[in-house]
Design a protein around this ligand. Structure first.
Ligand SMILES: [Zn+2]
Length: 414
């Protein structure tokens, strides 16, 4: 049985690593991150798992199945944090996974497939500007060149950060995880308000949204604010404002599957009280779990920009930043999680994940599923991040129910 008190103790212990009044600071490969990772390793060893560390520092704890030749069932998440972050993002997934295997050991559960609990390193992009790096390393997606190219604000490369932790950056290109994976599952806080709003305890993730990001620079004339009559202006900010509201409107019109659009950056030039804004640079982020829906919204947005600029005598340029593909969760895993949630009589909903997660990288090679639990007010990446122990326990019970089932030969996934 999942033991709430034992789990709570782990959360309290993790909060001491990098914890301060301004939040949790377990930035990837920092001393606090390493101390937290050590705590995870010790808990895995205490639980009787065989712990292995790969060249990137990822921690993999094995609970051996009765048939070592079968592919493994993997459960994973991360324990690094953003600056001044919370103690639940990622941590919920790792601690719950450990509690699941402890519970199975307590109950003397036998299973055919080996279960691997993974704590992935460097999931957050805060330090090196790229996310889910531990998963990427395990999936063979990083090169030595990447490790040199990714540099933090102090000028330390990921290559040197790995060296400093006595890991093997030079071996990164042969680090791909080679054991066949039967299924991957990750439990995570939602990092949004949907579950709380809908009063559901569990979210079953249908897919993970892929963002398309680009800059739009709108150019007009930076004329005198007093001497230029309204009909002779080419105000870049007024045009940009129409574009921002237009993005909101076009994105909201796409209902099923939903698309979300955000203009999170607006740089006004020259930004003076007495000068009509001459140019504005907008940073646009459009996401959906459907590539088709996202691409059609981006197409409409680009048309809209053209129409608004033309009408107002403005010029513009669009500069692409990134375009990641959305990832679908396996329907077999969605059904399997749904079966577990239903048997535990929990209120749930099926929902997309707007945020990226380690699970994205495993969906390419194995049936992959994710489950969400609510976090208070939808707050995450913030010191106010909080998930209730009852919700964590409910999520861990779902996880255990799924793992017990799929680690046996002859279940729905076979
Ligand atoms: Zn996370």
């Amino acid at each position: 049985m999942i033991q709430k008190e034992r789990l709570l103790k782990d959360f309290e212990a993790m909060a001491t690593f990098g914890g301060s009044r301004s939040g949790i600071n377990r930035i990837a490969f920092s001393d606090a991150d390493w101390a937290g990772r050590q705590y995870i390793i010790e808990r895995m060893i205490d639980a009787g798992l065989d712990v292995e560390i790969d060249g990137f520092g990822n921690v993999i704890g094995y609970k051996r199945g009765t048939n070592p030749n079968l592919p493994i069932v993997m459960i994973g998440s991360h324990t690094d944090s953003v600056p001044n972050g919370g103690n639940y993002d990622g941590v919920v997934g790792v601690l719950s996974a450990i509690e699941v295997v402890r519970s199975m050991i307590d109950d003397d559960v036998t299973h055919d497939h080996t279960i691997a609990v993974v704590s992935f390193m460097c999931e957050e992009s805060s330090r090196f500007g790229a996310a889910t790096l531990g998963s990427k390393a395990m999936r063979g997606k990083l090169t030595v060149h990447d490790l040199h190219r990714l540099v933090d604000t102090q000028g330390i490369s990921l290559y040197d950060a790995l060296k400093d932790r006595h890991l093997q950056p030079d071996a990164i290109e042969s680090m791909e995880y080679k054991i066949p994976v039967k299924a991957f599952i990750e439990m995570h806080i939602e990092q949004g308000k949907v579950l709380e709003h809908e009063q559901k305890q569990i979210g079953i993730v249908s897919g993970i949204a892929g963002p398309e990001r680009f800059y739009v620079t709108i150019r007009g004339h930076a004329d005198h604010s007093g001497a230029t009559p309204m009909n002779l202006r080419h105000d870049a900010l007024c045009g940009a404002s129409k574009i921002i509201l237009g993005i909101e409107e076009v994105t909201s019109m796409q209902e099923e599957p939903p698309v979300v659009g955000t203009v999170g950056i607006a740089e006004v030039m020259p930004s003076a009280m007495n000068v009509i804004p001459g140019s504005v640079k907008l940073g646009v982020d459009i996401r959906s779990i459907s590539k088709v829906a996202r691409d059609s919204v981006v197409f409409l947005i680009k048309e809209l920009i053209d129409v608004i600029a033309e009408k107002r005598g403005l010029s513009y340029t669009i500069e692409p930043i990134s375009k990641d593909s959305p990832v679908s969760m396996a329907s077999s895993m969605i059904k399997e999680i749904e079966r577990a949630v239903t048997s535990l009589q929990l209120d749930y909903m099926i929902m997309p994940s707007g945020a990226g997660h380690d699970a994205m990288h495993w969906a390419e090679i194995a049936p992959t599923g994710m489950l969400f639990i609510p976090c208070r007010d939808g707050i995450s990446h913030n010191s106010a991040e909080f998930a209730a122990m009852d919700d964590i326990v409910a999520g861990a019970e779902v996880l255990e129910n799924v793992i017990r089932n799929i680690s046996l030969v002859g279940n729905a996934l076979d």
